[in-house]
Write a protein that binds this ligand. Structure first.
Ligand code: ASP
Length: 653
């Protein structure tokens, strides 16, 4: 399977753009612009091989070739299968006396040793072809062989079908990278990034600019890593994104910037996150939301792998309010329905205790979600665990209603649901036999968020039990727009924090609310969602120094001194500007269908932020800390125990 992918990946490079029938070599200027799309890469230039293991076919019969690769396996000291990134090839070990030394090398080298062989491409004897192997019609009749380096006993077999723990894979990452899956993921990543560069720089005049990774603390946002400096008490910060620099570049007249930017966030262990990760970071002057959206749609369309269906643009969009009300989240997976419905009006006179309670409160609502064929697929214990989750995490009650084939509503409260309500709900939510309806009540956001979580939970359960709900070959992109500019802070809901970041401009039609009701102001922030994951976000920025100062100081209560350079810059003719950043790791993870972003990063950190191969972070001797004027304050035994317990409770750590 992977061989097929890889050969498609390699062929992809030589294909003309999309499915157009343009000749491969167009006019000189066109072919310069699109050179990497059109030329077949020379995988064997400058090196000690003539071909790759995966590329030889019957058309090469009779050719003298030299190949370099790893020994994948050996059969009865007669055949050897050699592997490189491109594929596998069968090598015939010579049996005649005169080639005894070649035979010795090829028979004695352990599996995964790296060898160089030279010989002739010959056909396999009739009946011995292997149609499953792209090189299955031919083999190499070896004349000379060189053991380039032997391999000692491996910690695990390299073959993709051999299961290994992630810890072991990360510990021996350099071996894990030899797998076809990792080769495919990293090569596809490189190819997409190449096409993105081409689209941005060559087709649209963007400038690739590197910005510093040693920077200073920024207010708000994610927690940053600190880097000690030799000045007592002074630290650099590793930037969580090049946000300030890219805005300053706009002030500097570099009006179309992009960078494949490394970003750092010290946010502890979170699935699907890495302490260091990569963004395709973009900023433009004189642009509005629709300009950024079209740019990104074009960028993704252009860089989309050739072996997938082309993307259809424009991507649909949805307001934040609608996403929350219908999907309970700002990153809805729109590949399937199970939408949330507000049924408060239908239950105004209900006799069901907790629904009645909720409605008697000023912000009270009743929400429902229909789980298709839930009565067939969901077990009692699933419902119990759903109810426990709702109680533990949302302090909410969830009421299941099973709709059995006889159309009786089976629930502890069925008798309290009037015939009229039943019909209304059936109509409103398109309920069918064998469905389960989950009801909950409470404040709008909380009730929607809970059902949003249960929606995904139920989808996983239904799929586990065999229902096909989400088409895994589908890429469902969605823009989320009209976010609130501020959200109440989690730890102190009376204070506000930026939903995106403090440089995001308010929605022009809501500016008048900024002083009186800032929590009602919508912003010019947009997120790009793919199959339920946020893969990008950005905004039109504030370019007015006064407005920026007011938002930072008065509304967000931030220390404006930390940002005086940016505020000052805005006063010197800063152009209107906006931008976006795409999370490259997550995007590639979704495109390749990898189970984790660690599978699309060559050397990722573990869930706890450790490099299991080199054991970073590591301790340093006290004398090396001296120039930085810092000292370790070692945790007490009980503190250390607490922190290790925390890690242990975390099954993914
Ligand atoms: N710097 C932002 C982020 O990392 C993206 C942007 O607003 O362009 O989320």
């Amino acid at each position: 399977m992977y061989f097929l992918w890889l050969s498609q990946l390699c062929r992809g490079l030589s294909r003309p753009l999309g499915s157009t029938t343009q000749p491969i070599w167009g006019s000189v200027s066109r072919s310069l612009v699109l050179s990497s799309q059109r030329r077949i890469p020379e995988f064997s230039s400058f090196v000690a091989r003539t071909n790759t293991c995966g590329e030889l076919r019957s058309s090469h019969l009779g050719q003298e070739v030299t190949l370099c690769g790893w020994i994948q396996y050996r059969r009865q000291n007669i055949f050897l299968v050699l592997r490189d990134f491109h594929g596998l090839i069968q090598v015939v070990i010579p049996q005649d006396e005169s080639a005894a030394s070649v035979k010795k090398i090829l028979c004695e080298a352990p599996v995964e040793s790296v060898v160089q062989v030279s010989g002739t491409v010959i056909s396999r004897p009739p009946g011995q072809e292997n149609p499953k192997m792209p090189t299955g019609e031919i083999e190499i009749k070896v004349k000379t062989a060189k053991l380039l380096n032997p391999c000692k006993k491996l910690p695990f077999e390299i073959k993709d079908f051999v299961k290994k723990t992630e810890t072991l894979r990360l510990q021996y990452r350099y071996l894990d990278l030899r797998s076809f899956q990792m080769q495919y993921n990293l090569r596809l990543r490189s190819q997409m990034v190449m096409k993105m560069r081409e689209y941005l720089c060559n087709l649209h005049g963007f400038v690739d600019i590197e910005t510093p990774t040693l920077f200073k603390r920024t207010p708000g946002g994610a927690k940053e890593f600190l880097v000690p400096s030799r000045e007592p008490g002074k630290f650099y910060s590793l930037p969580q994104s090049p946000q300030q620099f890219k805005q300053l570049l706009m002030v500097g007249g570099l009006d179309r910037y992009f960078q494949v930017a490394r970003c750092y966030r010290d946010e502890g262990s979170k699935p699907d996150r890495q302490p260091e990760f990569t963004q395709i970071d973009i900023e433009m002057s004189f642009v509005d939301q629709s300009g950024i959206r079209s740019l990104i749609e074009g960028l993704l369309q252009y860089s989309w792998p050739n072996d997938k269906d082309p993307l259809l643009v424009p991507f649909p969009s949805m307001t934040f309010a609608e996403a929350l009300a219908t999907y309970g989240t700002d990153k809805p997976d729109t590949r399937f329905g199970m939408k949330i419905t507000d049924i408060s009006d239908k239950f105004r006179n209900t006799e069901i205790g907790f629904l009645q309670d909720a409605l008697s409160k000023p912000q009270g609502t009743i929400k429902a979600m229909c789980v298709p064929e839930g009565a067939k697929y969901l077990k009692r214990r699933d419902i119990e665990s759903i109810q426990k989750f709702a109680a533990d995490h949302f302090n909410q009650e969830v009421l299941p209603v099973f709709l059995k084939t006889n159309r009786n509503w089976n629930s502890p409260v069925a008798k309290f649901i009037m015939e009229e309500q039943r019909l209304e709900l059936t109509r409103l939510m398109e309920i069918q036999e064998e469905d389960v309806i989950l009801l909950t009540a409470g404040e709008h956001k909380k009730a929607c968020s809970l059902l949003g979580k249960l929606r995904l939970e139920c989808a996983d359960l239904l799929e586990m039990r065999g229902m096909v709900l989400r088409d895994t070959s589908l890429f469902s992109f969605l823009w989320i727009v009209d976010f609130p500019l501020f959200l109440p802070k989690e730890e102190n809901p009376r204070e506000l924090e930026s939903t995106h970041h403090p440089f995001t401009a308010p929605h022009p039609s809501d500016i008048h609310l900024l002083c009186s009701e800032p929590e009602k102001v919508r912003s010019q922030h947009y997120d790009l969602v793919l199959n339920g994951s946020e893969i990008g976000g950005g905004s039109i920025r504030i370019h007015d120094a006064e407005l920026q100062r007011y938002i930072l100081a008065t509304l967000l209560k931030e220390d404006v001194k930390l940002l005086s350079h940016l505020l000052q810059a805005l006063e010197y003719g800063a152009p209107p500007h906006g931008g976006i950043a795409l999370g490259l790791d997550r995007l590639i993870c979704l495109v390749t269908g990898a189970p984790s972003i660690r599978d699309v990063i060559a050397f990722p950190k573990s869930f706890r932020g450790h490099d299991l191969m080199s054991r970073a972070p590591d301790s340093v001797p006290p004398e090396e800390l001296k120039p930085y004027h810092i000292q370790v304050s070692w945790p007490t035994d009980s503190e250390a125990e607490k922190s290790s317990l925390n890690h242990h409770h975390n099954p993914k750590s």
